[in-house]
Design a protein around this ligand. Structure first.
Ligand code: ATP
Length: 609
């Protein structure tokens, strides 16, 4: 998945510049132009100050030909104008950079989101995801905006330094050598050190992640209950403190080395400056240089040192940015494998299609262990087929394959004889609806939570209510403070939290609102109490309005009411038949059924009535 382009830092930076240019050509031109003007105005101020001193002193240290007051005032006015334009250009360049950064950030976020929607589920379920996009996302939403700013500022500092070097060159070529001697070692050492800082930071990242995980455990709402119930507080705090102590000690040792190096570099730079000062002072005394040259030298050294320091800081940040961008580009380069075929086949009818699974085998990408092997299964139109199996037997994996979130390595899944891979992906999504085991809980209104089941359908409140009624959710929704307009979840103010079972009914309503005539329900009632589950499945067929359903459940009180049952064990179908046939067969199903019977015998009695 990692492309060659994304590997080298220079390639990443070149691509970053292209991205900035593509995202906002107008702002890029404006902010670069303004930055150039800012640099030129800064250099002009220095040249003008030098020429003022020279005019004033006649370029002579002995002050023999002092300038007239009028020309002095003129020179001062020109310097003031140059200074003013410097300030104006700086402010405008800052504003343009900010606007450009926001446009680039929005462009990048949009591309990341578009890619995230296209990416295969396999990508999100792989460790590569945590290594790339997850890390990139943790860097914060402001990061794309910073990249442009840092890149431009670094280029600006570099431009300023080239300008300053040219100014020094006009005084004396040796001075340029001294300026470079003062700056280049400092620049090189600091850059090398910046790389080491990042390499070092990477070695500490694991410990930092552990610390932030412990901090999350101690301060977040989700683990708060167990932390109290098991009195985990002091143990976790001690672990956190110990990691932080280790991190602090290593950071201090590292910083000590850095400070020593910084000191040596500063002494070297100061020596070079004094040497340059001496050369110019003696040159001025002997008439080879003017007093203005001396002033220019002092100003240039000072500005060059500030610019170099700025450049080092900015390059450090650009280095970090390119690491971030590398992850983002890796993600953007990821080509989804699960795509629609170039010439999709259309299903002949809008009626409920027959879903057939033949000889299906599947391994997760990067794993050589088969999760499903030779699975055959059929879901005839309008039927409810049950699937049972122990934890880890492959039920949820089968669901992911049935709605084409993965493709099998062997075998096929078909709708009315047409392989899912020959259908348009949107067609597959429209035909096959699903309630996942870990279904979505959207921090939105109840009606939007249900409407998400059919976003491209007509906005009909009565259809939403009908879906809620069929999912057994209408009653509790009516009791919510604002009914269907109640905001759910605790993410936002005035949000109302509901129970897991109630969320589950809303997820079912969402699936029932959709146009799909085949539903895959992966433990859709696991959080319902037995009574509520009984109510839900009592007139389940009416609720489904002719849809076919593949129902996964651990509760056999539910499964026994389906038309046909498959028993999955370690990826293979080991038993199949109707409830009566499986009881008769006296196999696993019957064993499991009898184990659970004591719990649901009372419901069986009610069923019989
Ligand atoms: N994204 C994944 N990558 C690699 N292996 C996976 C992934 N998801 C699940 N597995 C593995 O596949 C096997 C089957 O998992 P699956 O979730 O399909 O089981 P299940 O029958 O639905 O279990 P449960 O009843 O607990 O929900 C497990 O051994 C699991 O470790």
């Amino acid at each position: 998945m990692t492309s060659d382009r994304a590997r080298s830092p220079w390639a990443t930076l070149r691509r970053a510049m292209r991205l900035v240019w593509t995202a906002s050509p107008a702002w890029s031109m404006l902010s670069s132009g303004l930055m150039l003007l800012e640099i030129l105005a800064g250099l002009a101020v220095l040249v003008l100050v030098k020429s003022l001193v020279d005019t004033w002193t006649g370029g002579d240290v002995l002050l023999e030909q002092a300038a007239s007051v009028a020309s002095l005032v003129r020179s001062l006015a020109v310097i003031a104008a140059a200074l003013l334009s410097l300030l104006v250009f700086r402010t405008l360049a800052g504003l343009a950079r900010e606007a450009q950064s926001s446009v680039v950030a929005e462009h990048l976020q949009d591309r990341i989101q578009a890619q995230a929607i296209r990416a295969d589920l396999a990508f999100f379920e792989s460790p590569a995801y945590f290594d790339s996009l997850q890390r990139a996302r943790r860097a914060g939403v402001q990061r794309p905006a910073q990249i442009t700013g840092n890149l431009l500022l670094a280029l600006g500092s570099l431009g300023l330094m080239v300008g300053l070097a040219s100014l020094i060159f006009t005084i004396n070529v040796w001075l340029l050598a001294l300026l470079l001697a003062a700056l280049l070692p400092a620049l090189t050492v600091r850059l090398v050190f910046a790389r080491r800082v990042h390499a070092w930071a990477a070695t500490q990242a694991e410990a930092e992640r552990r610390a932030s995980y412990l901090d999350w455990l101690l301060t977040s709402d989700l683990p708060a209950r167990e932390v109290r119930a098991y009195r985990l507080g002091s143990v976790l705090r001690e672990r956190f403190a110990s990691i932080m102590r280790g991190l602090r000690q290593r950071r201090l040792a590292f910083n000590r080395r850095r400070s020593l190096l910084e000191l040596s570099i500063s002494v070297l730079a100061a020596l070079a400056f004094f040497a340059a000062l001496a050369v110019t002072a003696f040159g001025a005394r002997e008439g080879r240089q003017t007093l203005g040259d001396l002033v220019l030298l002092v100003l240039v050294f000072q500005r060059a040192q500030t610019a170099a320091q700025g450049l080092i800081g900015q390059l450090g940040r650009v280095y970090e940015d390119q690491l971030y961008l590398k992850w983002v580009f890796e993600f953007l380069d990821h080509r989804p494998r699960l795509v629609s075929p170039p010439a999709p086949t259309a299903l002949a009818t809008e009626e409920v299609p027959r879903l057939r699974v033949e000889g299906l085998s599947f391994r997760y990408p990067g794993s050589d262990r088969a999760v499903l092997e030779g699975v055959d299964l059929e879901l005839p139109p309008g039927r409810i087929v049950g699937l049972m199996g122990a934890n880890g037997s492959g039920k949820s994996t089968l669901v992911k394959l049935l709605c084409r979130l993965y493709d099998p390595q062997d075998g096929r899944i078909s709708l009315d004889g047409v392989d899912l891979r020959e259908l348009d992906l949107d067609e597959v999504r429209r035909r096959i609806g699903v309630v996942f085991q870990d279904f979505g809980r959207y921090a939105d209104t109840v009606s939007n939570n249900i409407r998400f089941g059919h976003v491209d359908g007509p906005e009909r409140d009565d259809a939403i209510r009908q879906a809620a009624i069929r999912a057994g959710a209408d009653e509790f929704i009516q009791r919510l403070p604002k009914g269907y307009e109640t905001l759910l979840g605790r993410s936002f103010q005035s949000g109302q939290e509901i129970s897991v079972g109630q969320w589950q009914r809303i997820a079912l309503a969402r699936a029932l609102l959709g146009p799909s005539r085949i539903l895959l329900l992966d433990e859709p009632s696991s959080a319902l109490d037995p009574e509520a589950e009984f109510e839900l499945f009592q007139n389940f067929r009416e609720r489904l309005e002719g849809r076919s359903v593949l129902l996964i459940s651990h509760r056999l009180s539910t499964l026994c009411r389906t038309d046909y049952i498959h028993v999955l064990d370690r990826g293979r179908i080991v038993e199949q038949g109707s409830h009566a046939e499986l009881i008769e067969a006296d196999g696993r199903y019957r064993q499991a059924f009898e184990r659970q019977a004591s719990v649901f015998r009372q419901f069986e009695r009610r069923l019989a009535r």
